[in-house]
Write a protein that binds this ligand. Structure first.
Ligand code: HAM
Length: 418
């Protein structure tokens, strides 16, 4: 064992005893997103680095510290995607999706890569199920997006989710706010960490997202963007709040949400798992990103939920209710002629969507019986010399222990199984 290689820090294997639960969640969520008119998109795992530095923002932690960036053999700077939005918008523009009926509603389920300090709920390879609603500046789009987020947790039976929302305004109102914020931070700038100091000129709002305890303390009484919203942003936020209340969405205003990515404007939101304190879903409006990436002005809103964090909650909430598919039938056979019959029958049955297991390693009769039990096969069919000769076997229901004679023909077996 000492010589075996382990998976890289911050990555995780997903084993069969968990994949079926993930598949259950993926099925539920994709169906839900479909009901809201979202269509799945997949984009490359790696993109040109510039996409993220321009899209996510030069001064963000993600871009400055967390990207897996390398030069490929052709000398191009490549980055493993740290998030999905930039790539999806790149694909939207590159594939002329702007000419499709608006809004364009896309969802994805993709692996993301961030070189982070590994800790509970924080991996270096993780997955996000996310969506992007592109081409609407209406508050209705924000509301629908938040509603979908809520429905994901409802559908999976997950409770104790706190919905926090905020507005971080638009470039118009931010100018004024940044001035006051700089005045506030400027008074103590020498006490902030080096990252904050370097962000002071370029992007002072980033300083509010600093995770260092000293900086967090210094930020305690910082002026809040909410108090500086322009009329348009204020009205937009009011509309969002009113509509959410009408839909019975229990939310709180958290003026501290700034989000870790630079593209956000107006509404931002985070869903917190109250048990672990982790953010399980985050998103918001990003009206400037399409333009930033070379398109014409196209407002958009979206979110992503961390699949690993979601799965931990699913495990607690409904883990024991998600059942793995069990074999409908185990065919026991030992000798060559019987094995051939077993192969033929198993093939016919599988073609008809029946889950059949049989021996592939040369186990004895008794060992096969034990194995069938161990894999929880629902029914058992023995094909021995007599059965082969008569063309009739006995199917045993493993839970009732009831046995019934049955022709060794697929149709007849299916009738019995049903
Ligand atoms: P984000 O807040 O960076 O947003 O990530 C969204 C979610 O991904 C987080 O709430 C968390 O559940 C999960 N997540 C993030 N980092 C990790 C990690 N290291 N390990 C495990 N899970 C993690 C975005 O990525 C935006 N692109 C969301 C968005 C879509 N905004 C608009 N559209």
């Amino acid at each position: 064992m000492s010589n075996t290689i382990q998976c890289p820090k911050g990555t995780k294997d997903l084993l069969p005893e968990d994949t079926f639960k993930l598949q259950y969640v993926e099925k539920k969520v994709s169906r839900l997103l479909e009901n809201y008119g979202f269509k799945e998109i997949r984009v490359p795992v790696f993109e040109y680095t510039e996409l993220f530095s321009r899209g996510v923002g030069e001064t963000t932690d993600v871009v400055q510290k967390e990207m897996y960036t390398f030069e490929d053999k052709g000398g191009r700077s490549i980055t493993l995607r740290p998030e999905g939005t930039a790539g999806v918008i790149r694909a939207y523009l590159e594939n002329g999706m702007a000419s499709r009926p608006s809004p364009v509603k896309l969802w994805y389920n993709m692996a993301m890569y961030r070189y982070e300090n590994v800790q509970k709920g924080r991996l270096r390879e993780f997955h996000q199920i996310g969506l992007e609603l592109i081409g609407s500046d209406s508050y209705l789009a924000d509301v629908e997006t938040i509603l979908i987020g809520k429905r994901i947790f409802d559908t999976l039976g997950i409770q104790n989710i706190k919905v926090n929302i905020n507005s971080i305004g638009c470039p118009k109102c931010r100018g004024e706010y940044q001035k006051v914020l700089k005045e506030f931070i400027g008074k103590n700038l020498d006490r902030y960490c080096d990252d904050c100091k370097s962000r002071f000129e370029k992007n002072p709002m980033r300083i509010l997202d600093c995770k260092q305890e000293t900086c967090k303390k210094l930020n305690t009484n910082a002026p809040q963007m909410l108090d500086y919203l322009c009329e348009e942003c204020k009205e937009h936020f009011e509309n969002v709040k009113t509509a959410l209340k009408r839909q019975d969405i229990n939310f709180a205003i958290d003026s501290g949400i700034v989000r870790g990515l630079d593209y956000y404007t107006k509404t931002v939101f985070e869903f917190i798992d109250e048990n672990s304190g982790l953010t399980v879903l985050g998103g918001g409006r990003y009206d400037g990103l399409v333009e930033e990436l070379g398109g014409t002005y196209t407002p958009a809103v979206g979110f992503a939920t961390g699949v690993e964090r979601l799965m931990e909650m699913v495990e607690v909430a409904i883990g024991d209710q998600i059942q793995e598919r069990k074999p409908d039938l185990y065919i026991v056979s030992c000798e060559q002629a019987e094995n051939e019959k077993a192969t033929q029958l198993a093939e016919e049955l599988r073609n008809k969507d029946i889950f059949v297991e049989r021996d592939l390693v040369g186990r004895s009769f008794n060992a096969q019986m034990k194995y069938a039990d161990r894999i929880s096969a629902k029914n058992l069919l023995v094909i021995g010399a007599n059965e082969l000769q008569s063309g009739i076997g006995k199917i045993k229901n493993m839970s009732t222990r009831e046995e019934k004679e049955c022709k060794l023909e697929a149709e007849e077996i299916i009738r019995y199984l049903k």
